[in-house]
Design a binder for this molecule. Structure first.
Ligand SMILES: [Zn+2]
Length: 303
């Protein structure tokens, strides 16, 4: 089954791994959809099983601007005239897709931009559609829908606009791309931040939730999430060791480091190589800041 019932009011439609994501659905006074990146047909099946349909959706909430999370937002808005809610960083990016491309590092001068647009249009079709955010959210904002209250929790790092959504009554957190996948944390954009990501992981670990809903795990609800988050965060350190090891081994530039993939197992698409390069750049900056690597005229060396 593509969806699971977590409580009487809360469901998750499994989208799973990138380029899809898991979608949370709340059925209370309103029909609320968080991150519509699952298959629309699976979302429709869930709603039909509850004597509802896509046109009954009242609100779509976006956790952040990534195409695999916003995929069907504009389409659902066209179908149901639902309001779209997003935080103050995400909102203008959703309303203006050129701003979104620049935010993600794919400005017109980036030679990988076309390949990225092609990837989005082939595998996350709809994410670049024009749509509008009707309600701008801030950190700590609360919404009550019948028996369920949602609270917005800023958790930057993955991207500066990344936000988790606390679901207060069952005491769960929709953790979006703090997703506990085997791949590990993704910070593959120029404005991603390893330090912020670690801090956001710690924030969730202190949340005292009954469980975490991952944006990408096949079994989305994780109850033993505190230990899992520790292991997840540790992957950042492992990657950093591998980057340092490559520099000690003689790699002097980012392309020389990425000649042997560290984060992705391989690069089926030039876009993934771009993500790898941006992630390695963050690690190099972190190693330079820690005094373990020096940079002289664009050449890296270990200290
Ligand atoms: Zn994301």
């Amino acid at each position: 089954m593509a969806f699971s019932k977590l409580t009487d009011c809360l469901y998750v439609v499994a989208g799973g791994v990138f380029p899809k994501c898991n979608t949370a659905v709340i059925i209370a006074d309103e029909v609320v959809v968080i991150d519509p990146g699952c298959e629309v047909e699976d979302l429709r099946r869930l709603l039909i099983s509850l004597d509802l349909n896509l046109k009954d959706i009242d609100t779509v909430i976006l956790s952040h601007i990534h195409p695999d999370h916003i995929t069907h937002a504009a389409r659902l808005q066209r179908l149901s005239n639902c309001r779209i809610a997003a935080n103050e960083i995400t909102a203008p990016l959703f309303n203006e897709k050129e701003a979104m491309k620049q935010f993600l590092g794919f400005s017109k001068s980036n030679p990988v931009r076309k390949a990225w647009e092609q990837l989005v249009n082939e595998r996350m079709y709809g994410a670049l559609d024009e749509g509008r955010v009707d309600e701008v959210l801030s950190d700590g904002d609360r919404f009550s829908f019948g028996d369920i209250t949602l609270k917005m929790l800023y958790t930057p790092g993955h991207l500066p606009d990344h936000m988790c959504i606390e679901i207060i009554e069952p005491n769960l957190v929709f953790a979006s791309d703090i997703d506990l996948t085997e791949f590990g944390p993704f910070y593959g954009h120029p404005n991603s931040s390893i330090g912020d990501f670690k801090e956001s992981i710690r924030k969730l670990q202190h949340g005292k939730y009954n469980g975490l809903i991952s944006g990408h795990l096949k079994e989305p609800l994780v109850t033993e999430y505190i230990d899992r988050l520790t292991a997840y965060s540790r992957q950042i350190g492992i990657r950093e060791d591998l980057v340092l090891s490559a520099i000690i081994g003689g790699a002097k530039t980012i392309p020389e480091i990425t000649a042997t993939p560290i984060i992705y197992p391989s690069f089926p698409n030039v876009v993934y190589l771009q993500f790898e390069k941006w992630m390695i750049e963050h690690h190099v900056a972190s190693l330079v800041a820690a005094g373990l690597v020096s940079e002289d005229k664009g050449k890296l060396s270990s200290i």
